[in-house]
Design a protein around this ligand. Structure first.
Ligand SMILES: *[C@@H]1O[C@H](CO)[C@@H](O)[C@H](O)[C@H]1NC(C)=O
Ligand SMILES: *[C@@H]1O[C@H](CO)[C@@H](O)[C@H](O)[C@H]1NC(C)=O
Ligand SMILES: *[C@@H]1O[C@H](CO)[C@@H](O)[C@H](O)[C@H]1NC(C)=O
Ligand SMILES: *[C@@H]1O[C@H](CO)[C@@H](O)[C@H](O)[C@H]1NC(C)=O
Ligand SMILES: *[C@@H]1O[C@H](CO)[C@@H](O)[C@H](O)[C@H]1NC(C)=O
Ligand SMILES: *[C@@H]1O[C@H](CO)[C@@H](O)[C@H](O)[C@H]1NC(C)=O
Length: 575
C-alpha cells in the first residue's frame, strides 16, 4: 500500500517512470549511426559502403519502431559512374552525419575507392520520406573520412573529420576552408567519427577511437572556442565495451541527440559477439543508450546491453509517413507484375538496367555473366558491373528465409539460388544449376580470411519428379541458433505449397564463414542471385541461360540474442 502511494505521488508530481527497451534498435548491418530529432520524430542514417541504394534514413517517433523513410543515394545519376568503378568490397559510402537545419535535412558522407580518390558528398532534402526529394550531392574534396556537419551560432558551417581536422564548408559550392587539427584523441588508433555539439557555452567534440573492433570507444573533449584548444574529459572513455565480457562488443562511433522532452540519448554501433568475438554474421548494428548530460558537465552514458532501462520513451506508435517497411517487419512478397521492388532490398553496387523486374511469373532475375565471387580480370567477370544479386539484411539472430524458384536454363553451368552474402569473398549459396546430367542442386561457399574452411561444394541431381516443366523448388535458409545456417530444398506442388516429405536438408554451414573475413565493416544479407558462371560475353549470359523467376519471398525473424545466454522473440518491444 505504502509503495503504491509513493508511486502515485511520484507520477502525480509529474516524474515520468523510466522505460525498458531492447538493443539493437536497428538490428542487422547498420553501422555508424547518426541521428537527430525534429518535431518529435527521430531520424537516423547508417553506412552502406558499396551496397545500393545507399545511406538509408530511418524514422521513428518512439525510438523502438523504426521505419525505412528513404535512401539518400537512391538513383545512379546522383553520382554517375562511381559505383561501377569501385573495386573493393568495403569502399563506397562510409560513415555519414545526418542533421536538420532551418527546414532542410542534410546528409554529409564520403564515397571511397573511386579513380578520383575519396569524393565528399552533401545530399539535401526537405522531405526525407521521399527518395525523390534527395538532391544531387554538393561535391567536396576532403582530406580525411567521417565528415561531421555543425552550424555555429553565427551561421558558419564546419565539418570535422578523422584525425581530428576541422574545416569550414560551403554547403553550396563544396569549398573547404583551411585545415585545423583540433584534437588527436587520447592516444588510441584512428581518432575518427567526430561530432560537435554546442552546450552551456562549450563546444563538445565526440569521437570514436581505437578502431572499429574490440578496442572501439567513445571519447570527448571540449573547448570554449570551436577552433580549440580542446581539453579531453578526465573520465574518458565516455563509453566502450573494450576489455569487458559484454555481449555487445565494439561499441563506438556514437552520436548524441535530445528527445522532445529534452532528455539526451545516444546511438552507437555494436557487434553482438561477446565476449569471444568469433561469430557475428550481422556485423555492426545500431544500439541506443540513455545519456545524462548535466549543465556544464560532460555527458554520462549507460553501458550498452541487450535489455536497457532509461528515460521514459514516447508512447509506442507506427504512425510514420512513407511506404517503407519497419526494420523488424517480416517480408511477405510475391512480386506481382508491375509491383515495386521492396524499398529495403539491396544490390551489390548499382545493378545493370533490366536485371530485376516484377512479372506475371514473379521477380525476374536475368543472370549475370559474373557469379557472386567473380574474378579479378576481366572487369566484366569481377562482379563490379551488374552482379545479378538482390537481398535484404539478416536482421535476426534466428530467422527463416525462403523463396520459390522457377528456372530451366539450357546453358550448362547456369545457376540461380539463395545466398547468405557478406561480400563477394564470403558467401554461402544453395542453387539450382544446369549440369551435364540435367538440373541439380548446387551447394557451395566462398570463405576468404576466416578461420573456418569453406565447405566442399556439392552437386545433387534433382529428383526426376522435381524436373517437370513449370515446377518450382523452394529454397530455404534457416538460422535455428546463433552459430549455424541450415540450407534446404523442397518441391513445390501445383497449389503453391511445399510437398510434404519432399524437404531435403542439403547442408549446415557455420556462420563463421560470414563473420568478419573480407567483410568486417559490412554485415550479412540474405537474398537471391542468378549467373551463367562466365559463359557469354561482356556482362551478358547466352540466351540459353534463360531467366530465373522467384516468388513467395518470405523472411521471418524468430529470435534476437540479447546476451550471451538469452534470446527474446524477434518482435518483442515492437508494435
Ligand atoms: C513542427 O510542428 C509544428 C507544430 O505542429 C509545425 O508548425 C512545424 O511546421 C513543424 N516543423 C517541422 C519541421 O515539421
Ligand atoms: C575527378 O576529379 C577532377 C578534379 O577534381 C574532376 O574534374 C573530374 O570531373 C573528376 N572525375 C570524376 C569522374 O569524378
Ligand atoms: C597531433 O599530433 C601531431 C603529430 O604529433 C602534432 O603535430 C599536433 O600538434 C597534434 N595536434 C594536437 C591538437 O594536439
Ligand atoms: C532513469 O534513467 C536515467 C537515464 O539512464 C537514469 O539516470 C535514472 O537514474 C533512471 N531513473 C530511475 C528511477 O531508474
Ligand atoms: C546449431 O544448429 C546446427 C544446425 O541444426 C547444429 O548442427 C548445431 O549443433 C547447433 N548448435 C548448437 C550449439 O546447438
Ligand atoms: C565463378 O566464375 C568464374 C569465372 O568468372 C569461374 O572461374 C568460377 O569457377 C565460378 N564459380 C563457380 C562456383 O562456378
Amino acid at each position: 500500500m505504502k509503495v503504491l502511494t509513493v508511486l502515485t505521488s511520484l507520477f502525480g508530481a509529474g516524474l515520468a517512470a523510466n522505460s525498458t527497451y531492447y538493443n539493437p534498435i536497428l538490428p542487422g548491418w547498420h553501422s555508424d549511426p547518426s541521428c537527430t530529432q525534429v518535431n518529435g520524430t527521430f531520424f537516423c542514417v547508417t553506412s552502406t559502403f558499396i551496397a545500393f541504394p545507399g545511406l538509408p534514413v530511418y524514422a521513428s517517433k518512439d525510438l523502438v519502431n523504426w521505419k525505412l523513410a528513404s535512401h539518400t543515394w537512391n538513383h545512379e545519376s546522383q553520382l554517375p559512374g562511381l559505383s561501377w568503378t569501385t573495386a573493393s568490397q568495403q569502399q563506397g559510402m562510409y560513415a555519414a552525419t545526418l542533421r536538420y537545419h532551418q527546414g532542410t535535412f542534410y546528409v554529409i558522407c564520403e564515397y571511397l575507392g573511386t579513380p578520383n580518390g575519396t569524393v565528399g558528398v552533401v545530399f539535401k532534402s526537405t522531405d526525407p520520406f521521399n527518395d525523390a526529394s534527395w538532391s544531387d550531392p554538393v561535391i567536396f574534396r576532403p582530406t580525411k573520412i567521417d565528415p561531421d556537419l555543425f552550424w555555429d551560432d553565427d551561421g558558419t558551417v564546419y565539418s570535422a573529420t578523422q584525425t581530428i581536422l576541422l574545416q569550414t564548408l560551403d554547403l553550396t559550392t563544396g569549398a573547404l576552408g583551411p585545415i585545423n587539427n583540433i584534437w588527436n584523441g587520447t592516444g588510441g588508433v584512428w581518432p575518427e567519427g567526430p561530432h560537435i555539439y554546442k552546450k552551456d557555452g562549450y563546444y563538445y567534440l565526440l569521437i570514436a577511437e581505437g578502431g572499429t573492433a574490440q578496442d572501439h570507444s567513445v571519447r570527448m573533449a571540449r573547448a570554449k572556442s570551436i577552433g580549440g584548444p580542446y581539453t579531453g574529459y578526465e573520465k574518458n572513455p565516455v563509453l566502450t565495451a573494450r576489455g569487458t565480457n559484454e555481449f555487445f562488443q565494439t561499441v563506438g562511433h556514437a552520436d548524441l541527440f535530445q528527445d522532445a522532452a529534452g532528455k539526451w540519448w545516444g546511438v552507437a554501433l555494436a557487434t553482438r559477439s561477446g565476449p569471444e568475438y568469433q561469430i557475428y554474421p550481422m556485423g555492426r548494428e545500431t544500439v541506443l543508450f540513455p545519456v545524462t548530460w548535466n549543465e556544464g558537465e560532460f555527458p554520462i552514458a549507460s553501458t550498452v546491453k541487450g535489455k536497457m532501462s532509461g528515460w521514459q520513451l514516447p508512447a509506442p506508435t507506427r504512425d510514420i509517413p512513407g511506404n517503407g517497411p519497419f526494420v523488424a517487419d517480416p517480408d511477405v512478397y510475391d512480386f506481382p507484375a508491375g509491383s515495386t521492388i521492396p524499398k529495403h532490398f539491396l544490390y551489390w553496387r548499382v545493378p545493370k538496367q533490366g536485371t530485376f523486374s516484377t512479372t506475371a511469373q514473379g521477380l525476374q532475375v536475368v543472370p549475370s555473366r559474373n557469379n557472386l565471387t567473380g574474378q579479378m580480370t576481366p572487369v566484366e567477370l569481377s562482379g563490379r558491373q551488374g552482379l545479378a544479386f538482390i537481398g535484404r539484411r539478416q536482421t535476426d539472430t534466428e530467422f527463416t528465409f525462403s523463396v520459390d524458384l522457377s528456372f530451366t536454363p539450357k546453358q550448362i553451368g547456369t545457376e540461380a539460388g539463395v545466398t547468405v552474402f557478406l561480400t563477394q569473398f564470403n558467401h554461402i549459396d544453395l542453387a539450382v544449376i544446369r549440369t551435364k546430367c540435367g538440373l541439380s542442386l548446387r551447394y557451395g561457399a566462398e570463405a576468404q580470411s576466416v578461420s573456418e574452411p569453406a565447405p566442399k561444394s556439392k552437386t545433387i541431381p534433382l529428383p526426376k519428379e522435381w524436373r517437370a516443366s513449370g515446377s518450382m523448388v523452394r529454397l530455404e535458409i534457416h538460422a535455428g541458433n546463433r552459430t549455424h545456417y541450415t540450407f534446404s530444398a523442397s518441391r513445390v506442388g501445383g497449389d503453391g505449397q511445399a510437398i510434404e516429405g519432399s524437404k531435403q536438408v542439403v547442408s549446415v554451414a557455420s556462420a563463421k564463414l560470414v563473420s568478419g573475413g573480407t567483410g568486417n565493416f559490412v554485415g550479412s544479407l540474405v537474398g537471391v542471385y542468378a549467373t551463367c558462371n562466365g559463359a557469354g560475353s561482356g556482362t551478358s549470359c547466352p540466351a540459353e541461360s534463360g531467366n530465373a523467376y522467384f516468388t513467395r519471398w518470405r523472411y521471418t525473424g524468430e529470435k534476437q540474442a540479447i546476451s550471451a545466454t538469452e534470446e527474446v522473440p524477434s518482435q518483442l518491444g515492437h508494435l
